[in-house]
Write a protein of this length. Structure first.
Length: 367
């Protein structure tokens, strides 16, 4: 604790980042000396203005109060010089100076961590494909790491929890904020099921836009490889993909439909050498991991008739309204509504937003 308080005090200064803290720490070789110094003139490349700004901000910090704000919120933390600090994260460029967390970070297997990233507006196809792969990893000691954002991130975390896998969520704010608010329950479920929610940000720091790309280096940095489930050419997932390669980690992609603009980023990555992933075995082969994979239990409906299969296929990419389903299937409105009702009762589709329908689970037609 004697030295930790200086790391926390540094991280409580919102106007500086971890790269600045690391620069001072590397120069002085001691975090207490780095924090208390009044002479930064000998550090090459550090402008007088930036040095003076830090000293001005530093003098306003009450170290004990800064620590109390963390501990009073029951937030755990690891500082960069802590021997328990994750080695994979320590090795990246610009590692977090402090890693704040809730849950049980050390109940997760940090030797088998898989990052999952993708679109926030993911299609049903992408979500189903990701659920399939994570489902096949169920029962192993692999830990799924993602960013707790909507879309693919949320799907990855829930799929991990549903398949008894530990999961780590990396957020882009301090713990005083939950973003998106809709994931408040997911935060709790991760913490309560042996996983952890982590951040480099002091508790009072807001989820500002620029913090999300910074968060991505931690998602990839904690992981041995990154699996991209869906990404357009402008997707933030491509930032994480580039960071993955810069960090010397494995990059993997789930292929999507070529007619979907959200897969353009995927095929760009695949053309650049990313591993193509269609099942859990592909992930294990790419990462060189040996684990026992239990047979996936597909949702089987032996009594699914041809018209019901047609309706299910129509919902492959995204949810559709009744009119869209009728145009696709060419069924009469009476028959269509009858099949929608029976399929909903069977639990393979569900009604959302009025007259719109979406898939619930993948179906194995062959059984």
């Amino acid at each position: 604790m004697a030295k930790s308080k200086y790391w926390i005090a540094f991280s409580s200064i919102e106007e500086i980042d971890s790269s600045f803290i690391q620069r001072l720490y590397n120069y002085f070789g001691d975090i207490e000396t780095a924090f208390n110094t009044n002479d930064l003139s000998s550090i090459d490349g550090l402008s007088v203005k930036k040095a003076e700004n830090f000293l001005r901000l530093r003098d306003k910090v009450d170290i004990e109060k800064a620590v109390d704000k963390v501990e009073n919120r029951n937030i755990k933390y690891l500082t960069f010089d802590d021997e328990k600090y994750p080695q994979m994260l320590r090795n990246i460029d610009n590692p977090p100076s402090v890693l704040y967390y809730k849950g049980d970070l050390f109940d997760c297997n940090l030797e088998k961590t898989l990052a999952v990233v993708g679109s926030r507006k993911a299609t049903t196809y992408a979500k189903d494909a990701l659920k399939k792969i994570i489902g096949e990893l169920g029962g192993t000691d692999i830990c799924v790491v993602s960013g707790l954002a909507s879309g693919i991130d949320t799907t990855a975390h829930y799929a991990a929890l549903e398949n008894n896998l530990k999961t780590i969520g990396v957020i882009a704010s301090g713990f005083d904020y939950t973003y998106p608010a809709a994931n408040k329950d997911l935060y709790k479920k991760i913490e309560e099921n042996g996983g952890a929610v982590v951040t480099e940000y002091y508790p009072t720091f807001e989820p500002l836009k620029f913090r999300f790309p910074q968060r991505n280096r931690i998602v990839s940095g904690l992981s041995y490889g990154t699996l991209v489930a869906e990404a357009s050419l402008k997707s933030g997932a491509l930032i994480t993909s580039n960071l993955t390669l810069e960090q010397g980690r494995e990059l993997m992609c789930i292929p999507g439909l070529i007619t979907n603009p959200n897969t353009e980023g995927i095929y760009k990555l695949l053309k650049s050498g990313a591993a193509l992933i269609t099942c859990a075995d592909d992930v294990l082969e790419t990462l060189g991991w040996e684990v026992k994979i239990e047979q996936q239990n597909l949702f089987t409906l032996p009594d699914l008739n041809e018209d019901e299969k047609l309706i299910y296929e129509a919902l492959e990419i995204e949810e559709k309204c009744v009119d869209e389903l009728q145009a696709f299937t060419k069924l009469s409105i009476d028959n269509l509504l009858m099949y929608l009702t029976t399929m909903e009762l069977k639990g393979i589709i569900k009604q959302v937003d009025g007259d719109r329908y979406k898939r619930v689970a993948p179906v194995n037609y062959s059984s």
